[in-house]
Design a protein around this ligand. Structure first.
Ligand SMILES: O=C(O)CCC(=O)C(=O)O
Ligand SMILES: [Mn+2]
Length: 204
């Protein structure tokens, strides 16, 4: 797919998936000045951690850094790892309020992902942990390098690919996390960095 110049890019929401759940893209949702500000401040102001998973008896470092913020009590487990949220930073809380309005869900936590280069990635998974509820709404804000994001239907194997660009907002909702998986593949040679903020609601 050819990239449109910024000037002509459509800012209308685009429905990417409307079968067995919804995925809607809001291109360039965040204005350019705020994107640049976030990308400059988040690497040094968030408490980034290297998460390890236990797979086949081995301790494996996941290929990205994580940080988890939210209301006290919004504890979250992710592929066998547990996250206790840190208290909101003013920046993350401001975005939480704005994204809750857009998505129509009171988000109470955010998982931040830092893909330092194209060697960082996230493997096929769905965000279907029980504490997210049966039909979780997830608001995913992309900053920095453009990266391909792929969704795959569990039964039909149909794939939907989208390039997530700086400032794009992707909202996933309905049954999507139960009927589809998603991944962010590695990109050979990419040195540019990307930060992704996934706002969620964790039910106590
Ligand atoms: O980085 C992304 O766009 C996706 C991150 C993701 O799927 C997750 O944190 O669950
Ligand atoms: Mn996910």
């Amino acid at each position: 797919m050819s990239q449109q110049p910024d000037l002509f890019a459509s800012k209308e929401p685009q429905k990417l998936i409307c079968e067995d759940g919804q995925a809607t893209l809001y291109p360039q949702w965040l204005p350019a000045a705020r994107r640049a500000d976030l990308l400059a401040q988040l690497p040094t102001t968030l408490a980034w951690e290297q998460t390890h998973l236990h797979m086949y008896g081995k301790r494996v470092a996941i290929p990205r850094l994580n940080a988890w913020y939210g209301d006290a009590g919004s504890r979250y487990s992710y592929s066998g790892a547990f996250f206790d949220p840190r208290p909101w930073t003013p920046t993350l809380q401001q975005l939480r309020d704005e994204l809750s309005d857009v998505a129509g869900t009171e988000f109470n936590s955010v998982l931040a992902n830092w893909y330092r280069t194209g060697r960082d990635s996230v493997a096929w998974h769905s965000d279907n942990e029980p504490e997210l509820g049966p039909e979780p709404t997830i608001a995913s804000l992309s900053l920095g390098a453009s990266r391909v994001f792929v969704l795959r239907h569990n039964k039909t194997q149909r794939q939907v690919r989208v390039t997530l660009q700086d400032g794009d907002l992707l909202i996933m909702s309905g049954r999507l996390q139960h009927a589809w998986q998603h991944q962010l593949p590695k990109v050979a040679g990419l040195t540019e960095t990307r930060i992704n903020l996934t706002y969620r609601r964790v039910w106590a």
